[in-house]
Write a protein that binds this ligand. Sequence first.
Ligand code: SAM
Length: 233
Amino acid sequence: MKIAIQPIGKIHTPYQEKFAIPRQPGLVKSATGVIYFEKEFNDPNYLRGLESFSHLWLLFHFHQTAAQGFKPLVRPPRLGGNQKQGVFATRSTFRPNGIGMSVVEFASIDNHNKQLSLTVKGVDLLDGTPILDIKPYLPYADNLFDAKSNIAQVAPSLMEVEFSAEVQGQISKLESHYQNLKTLIQEVLAQDPRPAYHKATEPDKTYGMSLFDLNINWQVVNQKNIVVSVQKK
Ligand code: SAM
């Protein structure tokens, strides 16, 4: 049996590449996503009542990795990238049907020039990700205080992030166009996006990531992330 699925819209986010996207939603609270609805779903009736929920579930397609297929075993980063675990025991992007799920914070519903959009916060999705469904988060059913995970009970620890004086100046100029840019960079880098195998072997490396159309470079000095440049591509 095959099931055909039609995306209801696409989300636009600051994340232009997989590298440096947080591993789960809510870790980078200032990462805002805007969902633009496809023609058939571009109707406010579909969203009526949504504003009475503080958080929403997004179901989406891991469109960038879907073509690479999947295997029964994957190496979750939380196990250091060396141990294998069954794909259904992980939140890997490489999975049958390529479906992702993220809880995000509701921000607003807008309707400009007859294009409906839904803004959410705390996303862990690549720019352009197809959205398959939206559902309200139900605290009584979805918030389980007794839930346990041996490998991911708490969020990963955070790194300190510093900005050189020159970078502070670069960011101040950019912030009129990119709201809360400094907070976004700080929250993303606090997650330590480096692959696990880099952490020990490349102490002097300059790392780079893209947010919006900006290149952001940083170095790791004494376990701190020092942002060394923020520039337009
Ligand atoms: N919260 C979701 C879940 O549990 O299903 C996603 C978890 S997955 C581990 C998060 C990672 O998915 C991000 O760090 C990013 O690298 C990747 N990702 C996000 N959007 C994607 C997309 N559209 N296609 C492929 N990978 C994506």
